[in-house]
Design a protein around this ligand. Structure first.
Ligand SMILES: *[C@@H]1O[C@H](CO)[C@@H](O)[C@H](O)[C@H]1NC(C)=O
Length: 185
């Protein structure tokens, strides 16, 4: 007799990126079967080998923790793996001078290619806001992921209200705050 459950499980495992599975085993240092903030932070590094900042790690756990337990299981982690691969590739593509940091001009080009219609001044403001204190201006991979994800999320809030696609919306004070509170991570 065919065991349907077993069969499905095998297909799922096959489809899941085997690299993500290997990485999960390495990152899950306490062998709990879940990845928590501390383990994730230890696993992710920027171009200069500095570990990822807490904000970005926390944001990613919140995005891929489907059980709301504050940690990720293998499937959440596998989705995070794909997410990371995409952003890392983008970062490398837009870091044209291979400095390990995205400059204001590089960010401007990146955002334009992602379809955002924003001024160079806005990119400069973002770079100033997300530069590591005391370092030369530029956005490292962790903060790049943070910035872009927030931007996507806030743009979604705007688009949902900009139904006639004029690029302008009217918002009450509380609507504005609700948009920020529910979307910012
Ligand atoms: C990595 O770069 C950041 C920002 O430029 C800097 O603050 C940090 O000290 C660097 N870390 C290492 C390990 O070089």
């Amino acid at each position: 007799r065919i065991n349907h459950t077993g069969w499905c499980r095998r297909i799922e495992e096959k489809e899941m990126n085997s690299k993500a599975y290997q990485w999960f085993q390495t990152v899950d240092t306490d062998r709990s079967g879940f990845i928590n903030l501390k383990e994730l932070k230890q696993a992710l590094v920027n171009s200069n080998w500095s570990s990822f900042n807490d904000e970005t790690c926390l944001m990613m756990i919140n995005m891929f923790d489907k059980t709301r337990s504050g940690q990720m299981d293998l499937f959440g982690f596998s989705a995070l793996w794909d997410f990371m691969q995409r952003w890392r590739a983008m970062f490398q593509q837009y870091d044209r001078d291979r400095s390990g940091c995205i400059s204001g001009m590089e960010l401007q080009q990146a955002l334009a290619q992602m379809g955002y219609n924003l001024s160079p001044q806005f990119s400069e403001t973002l770079v100033q806001r997300f530069t590591v204190r005391g370092a030369r201006p530029g956005i490292q991979l962790d903060r790049f992921i943070h910035v872009c994800t927030q931007l996507q999320s806030m743009t979604q809030v705007f688009r949902e209200r900009d139904t006639s696609m004029t690029g302008n919306i009217r918002l009450s004070y509380e609507d504005f705050l609700s948009g920020a509170v529910t979307r910012l991570m």
